[in-house]
Design a protein around this ligand. Structure first.
Ligand code: CTP
Length: 399
């Protein structure tokens, strides 16, 4: 069964009789491991109460666009960025029309415009409304923009008609949602990803480290798994659960991370260096806790090995991807880093912007490779990881 672990699913419910089935859909999505938030249109609330969806999803239900209280919590833009998938079930004829014409007249349609996440629609309506040329034209428009569609099923309808227009079963919708995240882009490839910070010991109880959360590396591991890769995470200390199906090899220092990566090299087709490796470590590690002494002390630091550069210089070498965290001249510094370290690709982040990178859930980046580049828009780290994996697969194909 395709899973949805680590996936944020934003479920939009519009106002049709099938809305009652969305309660079961929330259960099905959660059973597959997804975190679910629900947006309900005014019409949906005539059929089923927000309280039901709140209880089943375990999260407050979002209903209003122009509500200062709601915007103080998770604003429509935050919801749009949070989502790995916007699933609308049921999608009524009216909702499809509003989506097709790009309206933003309630919370759901606004979020649909504001999100970079894929959109999956489960239409539900009377069979004649489904067959109407206006609905058919709206569906064509939405499909041509890349929307995915599940259903509708055929059969007896709530109104007594028989024909196409019934919302697909919740189980089939949840399976379609999970299926969207699975692709064979890196099928059979062996991917090693470094993630998180390193800790460089000063004495038995102290260390030098940084604020890296590991979120980007772990999201990349999930994206690589979804792309069919055998995935190994060489991770510094973080507070994250490794995606199921990933092999997790925990390390602490840069030297341990390098040793672990070099051991893995014979079984590695793609190496992604996402870790925030400490550039320096204390010249010596005291055996006993350093006691308080003079007013000032000087720490002597020595350079750590450059893990990604070492991997890129090995023979045979995997397709090697690095990250560049910069505060100035982003693209120039990243380009220079790619050449200096001998990389096949580099993901450049502007870390002067506190809303992205390090501890944030979002990221914005430009991916560079010899002879090309692509800007990736501000989005959740899950969606960003999938875009990076797609670019890696494309570059591998063109080699
Ligand atoms: N990296 C590495 N080993 C190191 C330092 C960095 O593998 N000892 C990798 C990171 O995982 C990242 C890339 O190198 O993929 C760039 O890291 P960054 O800290 O931006 O670059 P530095 O080489 O440290 O350069 P500078 O500090 O001068 O910007």
């Amino acid at each position: 069964m395709a899973h949805l672990f680590n996936r944020n699913i934003l479920l939009g419910i519009s106002g049709g009789i099938a809305a009652y089935k969305s309660a079961e859909l929330v259960r099905q999505l959660r059973e597959r491991g997804a975190t679910v938030r629900v947006i309900m249109t005014r019409g949906a609330r005539e059929f089923i109460t927000p309280l039901t969806l709140q209880a089943l999803s375990g999260n407050p239900v979002h209903t209003e666009l122009l509500d200062t209280e709601a915007e103080l919590g998770m604003s429509h833009i935050e919801l749009a960025r949070w989502a790995d998938l916007l699933l609308i079930a049921p999608a009524t004829a009216d909702l499809l029309a509003r989506l097709a014409s790009g309206r933003a007249d309630d919370l759901l349609t606004t979020v649909a415009l504001a999100t970079a996440a894929p959109l999956l629609l489960a239409p539900a309506m009377n069979q004649q409304m489904w067959r109407d040329p206006a609905t058919a034209a709206n569906m064509d428009t939405l499909r041509s923009r890349g929307c995915q569609v599940v259903g509708p099923a055929s059969g007896e309808q709530a109104c007594g008609d028989v024909g196409p227009g019934r919302m697909e079963d919740p189980q089939a919708i949840a399976a379609a949602a999970a299926g969207l995240f699975e692709n064979g882009l890196l099928a059979g490839k062996r991917v090693v990803i470094t993630a998180g910070p390193t800790r460089e010991a000063l004495d038995p109880v102290r260390y030098i480290s940084n604020h890296s959360s590991g979120k980007m590396g772990y999201a990349l591991a999930q994206a690589a798994i979804d792309a069919g890769a055998q995935t190994t995470l060489v991770s510094g200390p973080v507070n994250l659960a490794a995606p199921s199906h990933a092999r997790l090899l925990p390390v602490e220092s840069a030297s341990q991370m390098l040793d672990q990566c070099l051991q893995l090299l014979p079984e590695c087709d793609i190496f992604i260096a996402c870790a925030a490796v400490a550039d320096y470590r204390p010249a010596s590690v005291e055996q006993q806790k350093i006691k308080k002494g003079p007013e000032q002390i000087t720490l002597q630091l020595v350079r750590n090995p450059d893990i990604v550069a070492t991997v890129a210089a090995s023979e045979p070498r995997p397709f090697t991807v690095g990250f560049a965290a910069e505060t100035t001249a982003l693209l120039a510094h990243a380009q220079d880093k790619m050449l200096r370290k001998g990389l096949d690709m580099i993901v450049a982040n502007d870390v002067s912007d506190r809303s992205i990178g390090f501890n944030s859930d979002n990221n914005e980046a430009t991916v560079l490779w010899p002879g090309g580049e692509q800007a990736l828009p501000l989005t959740g780290k899950g969606a960003m990881a999938r875009m990076i994996v797609e670019l890696i697969a494309k570059r591998l194909d063109s080699q």
